[in-house]
Structure formats: structure tokens, C-alpha cells
Design a protein around this ligand. Structure first.
Ligand SMILES: CC(C)(COP(=O)(O)OP(=O)(O)OC[C@H]1O[C@@H](n2cnc3c(N)ncnc32)[C@H](O)[C@@H]1OP(=O)(O)O)[C@@H](O)C(=O)NCCC(=O)NCCS
Length: 326
């Protein structure tokens, strides 16, 4: 009998400071930059985002989201036997945010903990790794988290990028089960596109070399994103012997409503089958899919037994999809 990885609890957390587009436009105006609620909403669908306080790190946000997911799963945190955190904004160069999170959660069982770096596809990558570890028998209960403080790497003198992103965290607890959970997964990367979305700085000899702020060619990213997502989605459906008609919910990476609409259209899904949080969260990178999933679960939209397609795309260029039964 196949051993599945099933989601038994979800959680999420947004830092309290919320900025509407008007709030952000007012802040940017003090730097001599012009933007507007109208421009941001029309091009992206974003209306607000949350920013963490300066002393709050990814592991802090991850901790809050994880506690909620563990509570929803109804398990003891000590029973978690693997922690994977997807983040591009880790607390430190090392150790991993996952190891820091393990300590903050008070987990003392010595379970492995590591980070996955696939930018906005990070959660889909992390979930796929967790699924493989569960299927192989190497893990039974896995905490998978996407957590980001993207506000730290935004260039607030670049209006083409700083209006798009926000901070937050989302988490799931996966458990080994005979009942279907994750049905199929599909991951890809094409490193020839490193330059269109990157933070090209690094730490060397006590200094930051290069530029540690986000750079993006928005139009190139947009074109690539819409061209790859539906193929990954279709590949997961084919592997599971299902079709688009079997999808109850599409939960895409929340980067831009126009990318989400395009993917839904290609999969012949109406927008009522798409969980949308980009309007309220902006793009929270690796946190966006688990934040949207938890929103769907807690608002009663996403229910046990339903078929859900998660898909992510981001820097690398990386992309992928996970098809699962809740
Ligand atoms: C970034 C993005 C919203 C820009 O939208 P666009 O329609 O491509 O807009 P353009 O870059 O062509 O810019 C159009 C104009 O708006 C201006 N503009 C850019 N940012 C602006 C802002 N925040 N406010 C007001 N005007 C802005 C540009 O300077 C340009 O002005 P010009 O015509 O006078 O030169 C869009 O390309 C996008 O969403 N790309 C994908 C980004 C993404 O999702 N990244 C994460 C993937 S994980």
C-alpha cells in the first residue's frame, strides 16, 4: 500500500504592521518616488501588505505560523521528526532558520532541520522534499514552513519592485498516512535566468559584496511565469491520472493577480476556484502558498477530501506544482 504524506494541520502569521497602497505611496513620496493605489491595483491586484518590525526575523514569523499548524494538527511538537523551512530571507548566513525554529519551538528530540532555497517556489520545493522523505519512510511527521521578511531585501528607491512584496509565514504539518494526501509533484529550474530576479549580494570578509537588494526585470519574469505554470500543473494531473475538472481549488503563488488569472484560464478554471490573498498580503515569496492555503482552510473554503493544486514560480528561475487531497 502506498504511504502518503497528508496535511493534518495548517497555520499562518502576518506581522501586525499593515500598509495599504496609499500608506506605501505616502512613504515613497518622502523619497521623491511617485506611485498610486490605482497603478498598483491595476498592474498587480495588490491593495495592502504587512511588514515586520526591524527586530523580527523569519524564524519569529515561522514560530507563530508553526504553533498554529501544530495546534490545528492536534499533535505534540516533540512528535515532529523533520523540519523544513523555505526562505530566501534567513535569520543568519548559518545556521539554518529551520534549526533556529526547532529551538524556538522547544523541540528537543534531535530531529533533522534544514532550509530550502528556491525563492518563491520554495514552499512547493520543501513540500516535495517532505513528501519524498515520508514516502521513503525516513520521516513520519514533518513541519514544512514558508517564512519571509522580504521587506529587508527591498530597494525602497525602486518603485517597480518595492510595491510588490510583503512579509509573512505559513506552515503545514504533514503526516504519513494510508489515506491519500500528496498525489503528485513536479519541480523545475532553469538557471540561465538568474539575472531576471535576484539579490546579487553576498557576505565576504566581513563586508557585503555586490548589491544586497532585490533586482527584477518584471516583464521577463511575467512572461516566463505564465509560460511555465500550467505545464507543471498539467504534469501533476497526468501523474495522478486526474484532469483539470477534478481540481476543487487552485492555490497559486500569490505574486500578481494577472499571472494567477492567466494560469487559471489555461487550466479552464474559473476564478471562484482560486484562493486569492495577493490583494491583502502582496507577494510574500515562499510564504505565499501556505498563507493562502491556511486562509482557505480557516475561512472554510478548502475542505477535507477536496483536491487542491498548489503551484509556485520564482527566482532561479524555479517553478513547480503539488497536487494533493486535503
Ligand atoms: C512589475 C510589473 C507589475 C510591472 O508592470 P508592467 O505593466 O510590466 O509595467 P512596466 O514595467 O512596463 O512599467 C510601465 C510604466 O509604469 C511605471 N511604473 C513602474 N512601477 C511603478 C509604480 N510602482 N508606480 C507607478 N508607476 C510605475 C514604469 O516606470 C513605466 O513608466 P514609463 O512607461 O513611463 O516608462 C509586472 O511586470 C509584473 O507583475 N511582473 C511580474 C513580477 C512578479 O510577479 N515577480 C515575482 C515573481 S515570483
Amino acid at each position: 500500500m502506498r504511504r502518503y504524506a497528508r496535511i493534518i494541520g495548517t497555520g499562518s502569521y502576518l506581522p501586525p504592521r499593515r500598509l495599504t497602497n496609499d500608506d506605501l505611496a505616502a512613504e515613497l513620496a518622502t523619497r521623491g518616488l511617485e506611485t498610486s493605489d490605482e497603478w498598483i491595483v491595476e498592474r498587480t491586484g495588490i491593495r495592502a501588505r504587512h511588514f515586520a518590525a526591524p527586530d523580527v526575523t523569519s524564524s519569529d514569523l515561522a514560530l507563530e505560523a508553526s504553533r498554529k499548524a501544530i495546534e490545528a494538527a492536534g499533535i505534540d511538537a516533540q512528535d515532529i521528526d523533520l523540519i523544513i523551512v523555505a526562505t530566501s530571507t534567513p535569520d543568519m548566513v548559518f545556521p539554518s532558520t529551520a534549526a533556529i525554529l526547532q529551538n524556538k519551538l522547544g523541540i528537543t528530540n534531535g530531529c533533522p532541520a534544514f532550509d530550502v532555497q528556491a525563492v518563491c517556489s520554495g514552499f512547493v520545493y520543501a513540500l516535495t522534499v517532505a513528501d519524498s522523505m515520508i514516502q521513503s519512510g525516513a520521516a513520519k511527521r514533518v513541519l514544512v514552513v514558508g517564512s519571509e521578511v522580504f521587506s529587508r531585501i527591498l530597494d525602497f528607491n525602486d518603485r517597480t519592485t518595492c510595491v510588490l512584496f510583503g512579509d509573512g509565514a505559513g506552515a503545514v504539518v504533514l503526516e504519513a498516512s494510508d489515506e491519500p494526501g500528496i498525489l503528485s509533484t513536479e519541480l523545475h529550474a532553469d538557471g540561465s535566468h538568474v539575472g531576471i530576479l535576484c539579490v546579487p549580494g553576498n557576505v565576504s570578509g566581513g563586508n557585503v559584496l555586490g548589491d544586497p537588494l532585490l533586482k527584477m526585470d518584471g516583464q521577463a519574469v511575467f512572461k516566463l511565469a505564465v509560460s511555465v505554470l500550467d505545464k507543471a500543473a498539467r504534469a501533476t494531473l497526468e501523474k495522478a491520472g486526474l484532469t483539470e475538472a477534478d481540481i476543487d481549488w487552485l492555490i497559486p503563488h500569490q505574486a500578481n493577480i494577472r499571472i494567477m488569472q492567466s494560469t487559471a484560464r489555461k487550466l479552464k478554471l474559473s476564478m471562484d476556484k482560486v484562493v486569492v490573498t495577493v490583494d491583502q498580503h502582496g507577494n510574500t515569496s515562499a510564504a505565499s502558498i501556505p498563507l493562502a492555503l491556511d486562509h482557505g482552510v480557516r475561512t472554510g473554503q478548502v475542505k477535507k477530501g477536496q483536491t487542491v493544486l498548489l503551484e509556485g514560480v520564482g527566482g532561479g528561475f524555479t517553478w513547480g506544482a503539488v497536487l494533493l487531497k486535503m
